[in-house]
Design a protein around this ligand. Structure first.
Ligand SMILES: [Zn+2]
Length: 390
């Protein structure tokens, strides 16, 4: 009997080890959050102690669009926004944008898209296949809004919280049929000419199999390289490459205001007579819905929404900036099933560990923002922005 017990324990130990192996990244991310123990309750329930203040903005009088800022919440369907709204006590910055609509996210070959095809449609105005980035359904490279902006002599920037070679940023900057070719995809940024780049994923820039040091190559091309916020905030001119993590950044509560600071630094450096195009992504809303952790998801959404608030305030002062906030798809089949608005609590259910196919929101502010009401195909949004940038 005793012998059987020992054997069983060993078997269980192996099973646990195998589980830890397959879900290694999840375990590390969760355990390393210093907020995990005291702030996060059951995985499907979350309460916010201190809500943050949101901004209100008035529409500019000008009809001229000089700058375009596209902000993408990865995995941010209407339920994610709805849960965030409850948890922040009935306020979100994106809610305060004066015009809103919906976007349909399906890919050419699949009803439920991935980030590659979903982001590619938003970047290029061309719906494409699952796994394809910055290319049409036949695999031919297509230009993105960022490329259009470069053609027009505008400055350009990308600020994300994922590895910068991942789907959404690559959709705007490069072209690929395979997101898993991480080193090849990272190398596409070197000669991209994008003026401001920030995100994670430095492990694909240095210590590469081909021996290239992409950071050094960028510095040789005149970029200032930073890997922490203190150094970022000392930069006041020129091109910037900011890589803040080996792979993905830490959870929102641990990493601090990286996205806010990068977005605002990008705007400071990109603002010029000819205008700029900036893509900002709250990349990790998606990750925590895959892992079905509503508290972590909410903190990522807040991080993104606080960045939206700062961007809106700047855009209001500028008067010639179109700001579009949307998502590439929803994730997790999130459903708000209970909670309390006064107590800032949600109880939710996740019905899948993958993406789901519901409409995602579109919020718009600035000149011509009223044209972004209604139900759109994701690619149609990019085509509309492209026409307005002409
Ligand atoms: Zn995505």
């Amino acid at each position: 009997m005793k012998k059987f017990f020992v054997v069983l324990m060993l078997a269980l130990g192996c099973a646990a080890g195998a589980f830890a192996q397959t879900d290694e990244e999840q375990d590390i991310s969760r355990n390393r959050s210093k907020y995990a123990n005291d702030q996060f309750r059951e995985d499907d329930q979350y309460t916010v102690a201190e809500p943050y203040a949101t901004v209100t903005v008035t529409q500019p009088k000008s009809r001229r669009i000089k700058n375009v800022i596209v902000m993408i919440g990865d995995g941010m369907g209407v339920e994610q926004v709805g849960c965030g709204w409850v948890l922040n006590g009935g306020h979100l910055n994106m809610d305060n944008m004066p015009y809103s609509g919906y976007s349909r996210t399906y890919a050419v070959d699949r009803l439920i898209t991935d980030s590659c095809a979903g982001g590619s449609a938003l970047a290029t105005g061309v719906k494409t296949r699952y796994y394809y980035m910055g290319v049409d359904p036949d695999g031919n490279p297509v230009p993105s809004l960022l490329h259009d902006a470069q053609q027009k002599g505008m400055k350009t920037g990308v600020a994300v919280t994922c590895r910068i070679n991942d789907a959404t940023p690559l959709d705007f900057v490069g072209h690929s049929l395979d997101r898993d070719e991480e080193e090849i995809n990272a190398a596409q940024f070197v000669d991209s000419g994008v003026d401001f780049l920030s995100g994670g994923g430095i492990q694909f820039w240095q210590g590469r199999e081909d021996g290239r040091d992409l950071v050094k190559e960028m510095v040789d091309r005149g970029y200032t390289f930073v890997d922490n916020l203190e150094d970022l905030n000392k930069v006041h001119e020129g091109r910037v490459l900011g890589l803040f993590a080996p792979l993905e950044m830490e959870p929102a509560l641990d990493r601090g205001p990286v996205l806010e600071d990068c977005a605002m630094k990008a705007i400071e450096l990109l603002d010029n007579r000819k205008g700029f195009f900036l893509m900002v992504e709250g990349s990790s809303i998606d990750d925590w819905c895959h892992r079905q952790k509503v508290g972590y998801m909410a903190e990522e959404l807040f991080d993104f929404d606080r960045t939206v608030g700062k961007v809106l305030k700047w855009a209001e002062k500028d008067g010639h900036t179109l700001v579009i906030v949307t998502a590439d798809h929803a994730t997790g089949g999130l459903t708000l099933i209970d909670g309390s608005l006064p107590e800032r609590t949600v109880k939710v259910h996740f019905s899948t560990k993958g993406h789901n196919g519901i409409l995602v929101p579109v919020f718009a502010y600035g000149p011509h923002a009223e044209e972004f009401t209604g139900v759109f195909e994701n690619a149609e949004l990019a085509r509309k922005i492209r026409a307005l940038m002409k």
